[in-house]
Design a protein around this ligand. Structure first.
Ligand code: AMP
Length: 291
């Protein structure tokens, strides 16, 4: 395994691999690797000749006042994890390597980026799409792997790839959870002991919502209210959003007629946690659009 910090060096390595006809699998991350990341890495390892993992805490996807400075970092451990998973290269550029002085070009997806996390984090997805496109251009992967945990991010990336004809296949990997259901996240590190005990209620409330749908409840407002009540009473956290949307278009649903993405963002202490599930009504597939 090699660690590459310079963009030009990374491009040279990629060129050499391409010349040999190797397939490249790519897992973009912000580091502080956990089992969620590892599941993406393992899939990439199984499916490609070369696996590249980027570790880059991308400054432009954080809004002023967000946790860019305090975002957890542990490069030494990340290196060990990547070594253990037999990846070929960690690409870990400096911020100036990605955004040199005078950098002035940004990529913006203007539909799927707007609801959910886009509402209270304006500019966040613009930062994500910009860095991911840059990383795609540097690593030139055949396949890139993203997590369902960040459902909206995965959809935005897929849309960017489609809209801009980027020659990469995007694969979405299921959410990996702690034993008690809490979605694994680098930001779980911010939780105090007490907050950590309360946090699994987020997933519990989503599962409860899924059960309501299975039992025949179709009214999105009623389901949202139940989720809200559960999260409020069990976590005392500050709810950013609870949304029930079309899993393809992210348009808000009033009624769940086929499938839905139920997505939440909750601030517990210093941690803004997001999670989601996809629910399907019995016997129906998921169609695009309002139902
Ligand atoms: P991050 O380092 O948080 O930016 O995440 C890097 C990639 O790992 C993104 O595609 C995330 O969606 C994915 N990821 C993070 N947490 C999980 C998880 N618990 N399960 C599956 N994928 C995850």
């Amino acid at each position: 395994m090699i660690v590459v910090k310079k963009t030009d060096e990374m491009k040279k390595k990629v060129l050499a691999w391409k010349k040999k006809g190797k397939t490249i699998g790519f897992v973009p991350t912000m580091g502080f690797l956990h089992k969620g990341h590892i599941s993406l890495i393992k899939k990439a390892r199984r499916e490609n000749d070369i696996v590249a993992v980027s570790i880059f805490v991308n400054p432009i996807q954080f809004l002023p006042g967000e946790d860019f400075a305090s975002y957890p970092r542990d490069f030494e451990n990340d290196e060990k994890v990547c070594e253990r998973e037999k990846i070929d290269v960690i690409f870990s550029p400096a911020a100036t390597g990605i955004y040199p002085e005078g950098f002035s070009t940004f990529v913006e997806e203007k539909e799927l980026s707007l609801p959910l996390c886009g509402r209270n984090r304006p500019g966040h997805f613009r930062g994500v799409t910009t860095v991911v496109l840059k990383l795609f251009n540097i690593i030139r992967p055949d396949t890139a792997y993203f997590g369902q945990k960040d459902a909206q991010q995965s959809l935005v990336i897929k849309k960017m790839v489609k809209d801009l004809d980027i020659p990469v296949k995007v694969k979405i990997v299921p959410t990996v959870r702690e034993r008690d259901g809490l979605a694994m996240s680098s930001r779980n590190k911010y939780l105090s002991g007490e907050e950590r005990e309360k946090a699994p209620a987020i997933y519990k409330s989503l599962k409860m919502a899924g059960e309501m749908v299975l039992k025949g409840e179709r009214n999105a407002f009623k389901i949202k209210k139940r989720v809200e009540k559960t999260i409020n009473s069990a976590t005392g956290g500050e709810i950013d959003y609870i949304e029930i949307v079309c899993p393809v278009s992210l348009e808000a649903l009033k009624r769940i007629e086929s499938g839905a993405l139920i997505a939440v963002a909750v601030k517990i202490g210093n941690a803004r946690l997001i999670d989601n599930i996809i629910v399907k009504t019995p016997g129906k597939g998921i169609r695009k659009g309002k139902s």
